[in-house]
Design a protein. Structure first.
Length: 325
């Protein structure tokens, strides 16, 4: 399971841009937490203070038998029946707790987890010292129980409603607003774009972006960059956004790949890029029209070649004459 970064929760909440109250201590973790997959209850985690040892906590990890969770947050291998894994906190650091699970067989290394609250009413759960994003936990509903009927041969993506980062949303809104005018002053917008990309890169490096919208917004900002590295990063971010549920991110994934290819002197393959130069006809060249079929374009949300040609012709059409007074 994923690693939780060890920033204090108040600082973590500010960094992530979450709204809601700051968490003060591990006591905020008390109660029942849930992990869902496809809207169904996959895991429940009960957290309660240990009355026999004040300052420590008992944890009951309730899950389907055979459950396996991958670093990409896919669940598989669930068999009939529910099992309980009893765990105990071994360290509490104000806003998070380290939890140990003692394997019943002595030849296996005991697992260590980190459970920490996140502002907005969420918590995270992950393996200690593992380079994976933590799993997002939500408060369990009243009477919620772990469900059965899973297909053990299927992979189920976890439902993780990460709140979007408020700062990333603001940067994206600014990027879009700067492009609403018919006459953009690039001497002003260009440096603003560079500053927004620098801040977005800092948020990415800090692990502050989690939601599908976060990665989609970041992809657009780097698509508006000016180097092959910017476009290639935009492509990678768009893939993450699509994997997290934003199906429309497939278009920016295609467009950023096309822009990257042309920026390194190669042919675009989807046909999303048009070159518009004063006094010259609009062109999509260089363009390899054979590697990607129209069926793939449609599945990716990109116009077919016939539609692209109509768009190119519109760029070349003379502007309508001004009406006479």
């Amino acid at each position: 399971m994923p690693k939780l970064r060890s920033a204090p929760v108040a600082a973590l909440a500010a960094m992530l841009g979450f709204a809601g109250p700051a968490w003060a201590s591990a006591s905020d973790l008390s109660g029942r937490w849930a992990v869902h997959a496809g809207g169904r209850t996959l895991v429940l985690i009960d957290v309660a203070p240990d009355k026999a040892a004040p300052g420590t906590w008992d944890i009951d990890f309730i899950r389907p038998s055979g459950l396996s969770l991958t670093s990409s947050h896919m669940a598989s291998g669930m068999a009939a029946g529910v099992e309980h894994r009893r765990m105990h906190s071994v360290a509490v650091s104000g806003d998070a707790m380290t939890i140990k699970y003692a394997h019943p067989t002595p030849d296996q290394v005991d697992d260590a987890y980190i459970l920490a609250p996140v502002a907005g009413g969420f918590a995270t759960w992950g393996f200690k010292n593992a380079p994976f994003e933590p799993i997002l936990l939500v408060r369990a509903r009243a009477g919620e129980t772990v469900e059965g009927g899973w297909d053990k041969d299927r992979d189920y993506p976890l439902d993780e409603p990460w709140p979007s980062n408020a700062e990333m949303t603001r940067l994206y809104d600014e990027d879009q607003a700067a492009r609403q005018s018919d006459h953009i002053d690039w001497t002003i917008v260009g440096p603003q774009d560079a500053a927004r990309r620098a801040r977005t890169k800092a948020l990415l490096d800090a692990g502050a972006l989690h939601s599908a919208d976060d990665f989609l917004h970041a992809a657009f900002l780097f698509q508006h960059g000016d180097t092959p590295r910017d476009y290639l990063l935009a492509h990678g971010l768009a893939i993450i956004a699509a994997a997290k549920g934003r199906r429309d991110a497939s278009w920016i994934a295609a467009a950023s790949l096309d822009r990257y290819l042309q920026s390194i002197g190669q042919k675009q393959v989807y046909g999303t890029q048009y070159q518009l130069r004063p006094g010259q006809k609009a062109t999509q060249e260089p363009y390899d029209r054979g590697i990607i079929s129209d069926a793939i374009r449609i599945a990716t949300g990109v116009p077919t070649q016939a539609e692209q040609e109509r768009q190119r012709a519109q760029y070349d059409a003379p502007a309508p004459a001004a009406p006479k007074p």
